[in-house]
Design a protein around this ligand. Structure first.
Ligand SMILES: [Zn+2]
Length: 168
């Protein structure tokens, strides 16, 4: 319940953790989506001691530890709404941009010899009954790659991006 002070300002009651929990919608993928106010960048906001702070930052501070001013709280899940402390980690702005670059690279996931293949083609190859040489010719790849794709050795990133494994 909000409380109105004599100065006419409205403050929410309850602990910060309770107030955060009241604005969380837990998703099937484990993300805790913020259902309260958002800032112009799409991040959740919550008022703490009369100041607007980032909701995921407040959640991290509540669940993990106090942050210094220049520390950033970053999302492993790339979901700006997410306030799940397990999906958050700290870093500086340079690490943030490195992190985004490496995630983009990983999200593509095709930097090894079968760079040419789309995820759909990899699935076609896995499900096909044709011989390795027919497949290799059709997609312009080595037979050994067809064999590896079929055994799943080369395309673990199809099932689970590397950064999600790190997060586990
Ligand atoms: Zn998340």
């Amino acid at each position: 319940m909000p409380v109105t002070t004599r100065a006419g300002r409205v403050y929410a009651t309850g602990t910060l953790a309770e107030r955060i929990a009241a604005h969380i919608a837990v998703q099937e993928n484990g993300c805790w989506n913020w259902t309260g106010c958002l800032n112009s960048n799409g991040y959740g906001q919550i008022r703490v001691s009369g100041r607007s702070v980032l909701a995921h930052r407040a959640s991290f501070e509540t669940a993990v530890r106090k942050l210094s001013r220049d520390e950033q709280v970053l999302h492993r899940c790339d979901n700006p709404l997410c306030c799940n402390p397990d999906h958050l980690f700290t870093g500086d702005p340079a690490a943030n941009s490195d992190d985004k670059v490496s995630k983009r690279r990983q999200a593509k996931g095709f930097r090894l010899p079968h760079t040419k293949l789309t995820p759909e083609q990899v699935i076609e190859i896995r499900e096909s009954n044709e011989t390795q040489s027919v497949i290799a010719q059709r997609y312009g790849i080595a037979q050994s790659n067809v064999s590896r794709i079929r055994s799943g050795l080369r395309r673990t990133d199809l099932d689970e991006p590397e950064y999600m494994r790190e997060a586990a």
